[in-house]
Write a protein that binds this ligand. Structure first.
Ligand code: NAD
Length: 462
């Protein structure tokens, strides 16, 4: 969908006008395309005393062949070079700029230690390139004693403020690591320091300790896997299908029979298969299982199909209410139950849901939609503890994404939704798709029960 304002303010005249009038100045965001380096620049690494994540950071930088820098910290430089990372130690007042910054804060034990976060980021606050990445790795607060929990939880306020302050398309996110989960860090850190997470900011993600599944080829982490994507005929679903296919999966694209022409086109473009099926049909689970059989079983299902039928509650008829609840929530519960009871989803499989920031914040005229999408979050939280065989469940909660769904919103509300975030622009379907690719990766076995907003750090429900 077109965002003429963003194109305008990125023209020389538009830039001057926007600056003088104090208007939002969205920058053009970097997005990943196949063949791009993981990071198109240097990654600055920092550490609070006593941290335990540096060796996991080093192993990623080495395997991705990324150059690193340290800031007046020869001990850290030595530690990274010991792991064969290409690293340079730079002075605190360096004029160098960095594409990504990763700070290991796992060693922070109490509030007084937080000053090390200030000291490090104060020195480099103006040294991050446009579309840069700030990532802090902390310890999961709920698993810490009171003093450490307090300090670790404090990091989230810092990250959210950085996400709002640094501008220029710079994102800031926090990865909370369970003790001993270092081997499960790589897929998540890869996502957050790369261009794949361009519209994800102000988020905290928890990584649990579990079996770490290796990926042989990070450009094709889903090779040999079959994945069903519901609502794949257009919009976000079509983009999810494309990205999962790019990452090596055979994608079974599911949508309602009236959308079959578009569905066939999406499936043909990516060499996937088309499954015309209403996800609310009684036999939807069976149909999915049947389609997966031909591809050696199912690695993952992405519950993307969703609809809005907005009306204020007083004006809402039961048809609108039931349609939204059935498609957006109840069908997911039924299909999950069928797939799990019949062992259709394989070992280390994935259930990935699409919620919405409307399910977090609520929205005028969307009692049905907000309730269904909040229910999706409840389902993720509830099911995670019950899943076996390494199967995980996670959800994305998109904010304003440029699709036909949001193009139908009245102009003034649409424009407000688009601008009220740290990026001052809407996201693209591919931004949601990339987050789903990260959840789907076999290497993401430690990513469980997370709800990650893909919203450019929208102010709504933050
Ligand atoms: P869209 O309307 O463009 O596409 C939705 C697709 O789902 C359509 O192809 C539709 O035919 C299909 N679908 C609807 N009912 C179905 C059913 N019963 N069975 C099978 N398929 C069905 O919407 P979108 O913007 O691409 O949204 C995709 C998902 O993302 C939805 O769950 C939506 O709620 C969520 N979301 C979107 C935004 C946004 O800004 N676009 C924001 C938050 C959440």
């Amino acid at each position: 969908m077109s965002d003429r304002y963003t194109s305008f303010v990125n023209s020389p005249m538009g830039q001057t006008i926007a600056k003088n009038l104090g208007l939002p100045q969205p920058v053009s965001l970097d997005r990943y395309t196949l063949g791009d380096a993981l990071v198109s620049g240097t990654v600055l690494v920092g550490q609070a005393a006593g941290g335990s994540a540096v060796s996991a950071i080093a192993s990623l930088l080495k395997s991705a062949n990324v150059s690193a820098a340290t800031l007046a910290d020869t001990d850290l430089e030595a530690e990274l070079s010991k792991s064969s990372v290409k690293v340079t130690n730079v002075a605190a007042d360096t004029s160098d700029k960095f594409k990504a910054v990763v700070f290991d804060a796992t060693g922070i034990e109490e509030a007084a230690d937080l000053v090390s976060v200030y000291e490090f980021f104060h020195a480099i606050a103006r040294k991050i390139e446009a579309s840069g990445r700030v990532v802090i790795i902390g310890s999961t607060p709920e698993l810490c004693g009171v003093k450490k929990r307090t300090a670790q939880r404090a990091l989230l306020g810092f990250i959210k403020a950085v996400g709002k302050e640094f501008k220029k398309g710079i994102t800031a996110n926090l990865i909370y690591l369970e003790d001993g989960a270092d081997k499960n860090l790589e897929s998540t850190l890869r996502f957050f320091i790369s261009e794949r997470s361009t519209y994800v900011s102000g988020q905290d993600v928890r990584i649990s300790k579990t079996i770490a599944n290796k990926v042989d080829d990070w450009t094709k982490p889903l090779a040999g896997k079959a994945i069903v994507v519901t609502g794949a005929a257009r919009g976000i679903g079509a983009s999810i299908a494309e990205i999962l296919s790019r990452d090596g999966a055979h994608v079974i694209c599911l949508d309602i029979p009236p959308a079959q022409e578009d569905l066939n086109q999406v499936a043909a473009k990516i060499g996937g298969s088309a499954l015309p099926c209403d996800i609310t049909a009684d036999d939807a689970g069976e149909r999915i299982a049947e389609a997966a059989k031909a591809h050696g079983g199912l690695h993952a299902i992405v519950h993307n199909a969703g609809v809005t039928r907005d009306k204020t509650l007083a004006n809402m008829d039961d048809k609108r209410w039931n349609m939204v609840m059935n498609i957006n929530l109840i069908s997911q519960e039924k299909v999950n139950a069928y797939l799990l009871e019949n062992n259709v989803i394989g070992k280390n499989g994935r259930i990935i849901c699409v919620s919405s920031i409307s399910g977090i914040a609520g929205n005028m005229g969307q009692t049905n939609y907000a309730m269904s999408k909040a229910g999706v979050i409840g389902m993720v939280e509830g099911m995670q503890g019950e899943l076996k065989n390494g199967i995980t469940i996670n959800a994305v909660a998109p904010g304003f994404i440029e699709t036909e769904m949001t193009a139908a919103i009245p102009f003034a509300i649409r424009e407000a939704g688009r601008r009220m975030n740290s990026m001052s622009q809407g996201g693209e379907p591919v931004d949601v798709a990339e987050a789903i690719g990260w959840f789907a990766s076999p290497a993401s076995s430690g990513v469980k029960g997370n709800v990650v907003r893909v919203c450019g750090q929208s102010l709504i429900g933050a």
